[in-house]
Design a protein around this ligand. Structure first.
Ligand code: PEP
Ligand code: MN
Length: 341
């Protein structure tokens, strides 16, 4: 951490900043320039916020040299992490983009099985579906709970697809772990720190969605918490953020976050074009754009009759459009692999 003093900072102010740093157990390197003094604090700086030094008298600015998300950063782990789900699904590195498809909510065994079959036929490797659903209002469909998990397990058995489902409450952890191959932490819970701590203590792969208004740094710090608790099997998921404009799209799809995260972190990153746009006809273009931008996979909402879906119908693809999109995505990733785009 670098502490830049004001040009007119007094000897006393400089010495008191140095004392403050050494009292915290760090050492200092002081560079006294003609105009300003710059103090480097060396040691466990990630334990302290920059504010703590910025408020000291005579300090102009404080800057970190290291990123605060050490474990997820490429500084600590240079090569791409590849997360394995089930026996042999690999997300990350140079593996082809993994497609995760399914309904927003698990609604019935019959509907789920019909979706799982189409997903499998189209090359998806994983089935998504919420059994515990976060809803903005208290009277929306909140999922089937345990029965929904059982339907997911049946679909997994019938198709061989691995399953990802959302966890909202630490009290459901054991139950959900019994039924799922991957735990989804939803956008609304990205900063539910006790939930992050608990999923970090499991050995299940985690799909960590970006919060509705989370900065990339806050999102990576949420992942850092999971890694810090011992679980390194984290896949990040960009799902759009809230901006000033929601007239034509539900969220703003932050495609730039994909290459940014790939540069900063070794963890895989996938894209959710359904929640990122909120409109089924925007899912295809954005899905393709995300693959070109470097996404390691996609999570897409699919339903036989989106107009009858109990949640997120407007952003859900019907079977015909999902089939068409998966063909286009295959073409896109083949072109990418052969460096034609
Ligand atoms: C979902 O995947 O259906 C969902 C609720 O997503 P998010 O947490 O990104 O809103
Ligand atoms: Mn949804």
């Amino acid at each position: 951490m670098i502490i830049i003093m004001e040009p007119g900072a007094s000897e006393t102010q400089i010495n008191s900043v140095i004392k403050h740093i050494t009292d915290l157990g760090m050492r200092t390197v002081v560079n006294s320039g003609v105009v300003q003094t710059v103090i480097a604090a060396i040691g466990e700086t990630s334990k302290y916020s920059t504010d703590q030094f910025e408020i000291l008298e005579g300090v102009r600015k404080v800057e970190r040299i290291q990123v605060p998300f050490k474990l997820v950063s490429r500084d600590s782990h240079h090569d791409d992490t590849i997360v394995t789900i089930g026996k042999n699904i690999k997300i990350g590195g140079n593996n082809p983009p993994v497609i995760i498809a399914g309904p927003c909510s698990v609604e019935s065994e019959e509907i789920l099985l019909s979706i799982a079959k189409v997903a499998k036929e189209c090359g998806a490797k994983m089935l998504r579906g919420g059994a515990f659903k976060p809803r903005t209002g208290p009277r929306g469909f909140e999922g089937l709970g345990k029965i929904g998990l059982e339907f997911l397990a049946t679909a997994r058995k019938e198709t061989g697809l691995a399953v990802v489902t959302e966890i909202m409450d630490t009290r459901d952890l054991d139950l959900i772990c019994e039924f799922t191959d991957m735990l989804q932490v939803g956008a609304r819970n990205m900063q539910n720190f006790s939930l992050l701590n608990e999923v970090g203590r499991t050995n299940k792969p985690v799909l960590l969605k970006r919060g509705l208004s989370a900065t990339i740094e806050e999102w990576l710090l949420a992942a850092e918490r999971i890694l810090d608790k011992g679980n390194s099997q984290v896949v990040l998921c960009e799902r759009g953020i809230r901006t000033f404009d929601n007239k034509y799209t539900r969220n703003t799809a932050d495609i730039a976050a994909i290459p940014v995260v790939r540069k900063l972190s070794h963890l895989p990153i996938i894209f959710d074009p359904s929640h990122a746009t909120g409109k089924w006809d925007l899912v295809g273009p954005l899905a393709k754009a995300s693959v070109v931008a470097g996404a390691h996979g996609l999570i897409i909402e699919v339903h036989p009759e989106p107009e009858k879906a109990l949640s997120d119908g407007p952003q859900t693809l019907n079977f015909e459009n999902f089939k068409k999109l998966t063909k286009e995505l295959e073409l896109t990733s083949n072109l990418l692999a052969s460096s034609k785009i």
